[in-house]
Ligand binder design. Structure first.
Ligand code: KDG
Length: 363
């Protein structure tokens, strides 16, 4: 039977993807773009606090992040810039860089240590090789509610961790929210671990995340966030996991058909300053950066939490098939991942895990 060559079929052949897939991708990206515009972010708050006296010198501060300009993280950074420039009466200028323009999380941390970059706010997960205590945050289902994470991060344990992380050429001055992580993939709607069999899942460069997805039956591969979109687009990996805000702001819905609301790990961002830059600042400006980092973290939490449900709806409107797990289905994931706690208890320190769990539970 002679087939009539469909228009554009040569494009499909060149792209090496069947015409149908190309049309679906085009449809997905059209609706994705439409969905992208939808959700309003809470307005950037007014600056709280007085102008801080400095030493009369001017300082330029480059702040680099890995997420895009439409992320909650960047919105928080815009507030940080507003506070620091206003309360230093313009003596400190903040240059904002997004989408890993000046390097991914680990490259940015190295640049702080070298003094070629002043600030960044990576996830704690890729930094576990430098600060093993951060691994506790990668344990699955550690914080049932976001407020539990706030209680720990804003409390004694969080403060102690900032002090411990103020070493190796870094000064840690605050916490912010990456958030609860959700699974996305291009192959199958996942509602139980057995659906993950053989799926290639990208994880952060973190040994616990590798153990989590191996234990669930998937085939995990560690990769920098900066390479993720291309790896998904070229089917190097089948899936990934990130908070709703990141899934949308990084347009993963354009290259992923399915999402499952797993909430399997809560990831914090930690706000870091180059120790070389920090030591050049007068104490008053060091105090100002600490206060601004606190305000940025609180606002960023508000932004990411207030948008989460609407973003889920936008992604569904953009054509993603979203699976919301029943409590019974969530328990299956939790039970399946219990061995990860046993595996990592001694390496992380049972005492720290118990202290965090009890601190998280205190109302
Ligand atoms: O710089 C961006 C990363 O901090 C953040 O997105 C990490 O969640 C992360 C991931 O999946 O790499």
């Amino acid at each position: 039977m002679k087939t009539t060559a469909l228009p554009f079929s040569h494009l499909a052949q060149r792209a090496g993807r069947p015409l149908a897939a190309l049309v679906t991708a085009a449809a997905m990206s059209f609706t994705a773009v439409a969905a992208h515009a939808a959700t309003e972010m809470p307005p950037i708050p007014e600056v709280q606090g007085d102008v801080v006296e400095g030493d009369g010198n001017d300082y330029n501060l480059k702040f680099n992040i890995g997420l895009t300009q439409s992320s909650a993280q960047y919105r928080g950074l815009e507030y940080f810039k507003k506070i620091v420039e206003a309360r230093s009466d313009g003596h400190i200028t903040v240059e904002m860089f997004h989408s890993a323009q000046l390097g991914d999380d680990l490259q940015s941390v190295s640049a702080l240590q070298a003094g070629t970059l002043e600030m960044t706010a990576p996830s704690t997960s890729p930094m576990v090789s430098m600060f093993p205590q951060f691994a506790v945050f990668d344990l699955p289902f550690l914080f049932p509610q976001p407020e539990d994470a706030d209680r720990v991060l804003d409390g004694e344990i969080g403060q102690q961790m900032l002090e411990e992380a103020s070493s190796k050429g870094l000064v840690a001055i605050g916490w912010a929210e990456n958030g609860y992580r959700q699974l996305t993939d291009s192959t199958v709607a996942v509602s139980e671990p057995s659906d993950l069999e053989g799926l290639k899942i990208r994880t952060m460069q973190n040994p616990i995340h590798l153990d989590i997805w191996r234990t669930l039956g998937a085939n995990p591969t560690p990769m920098s966030f900066a390479e993720l979109f291309t790896a998904l687009e070229q089917n190097v990996v089948d899936g990934q996991e990130n908070p709703w805000n990141t899934i949308k702001s990084s347009r993963f819905n354009e290259v992923q058909q399915y999402a499952t609301e797993t909430n399997h790990v809560y990831t914090p961002f930690i706000t870091l300053v180059s120790e070389r830059f920090w030591n050049r600042l007068p104490e008053s400006y060091q105090g100002l950066l600490r206060e601004a980092a606190g305000d940025m973290g609180d606002y960023e939490r508000e932004v990411s939490r207030s948008m989460s449900d609407q973003i889920k709806q936008d992604l569904a409107d953009s054509g993603m098939e979203i699976t919301t797990l029943t409590p019974e289905q969530v328990s299956v994931f939790q039970e399946t991942l219990e061995p990860v706690y046993a595996q990592w208890r001694d390496k992380i320190g049972g005492d720290l895990i118990d202290r965090i769990r009890s601190a998280a539970e205190q109302q």
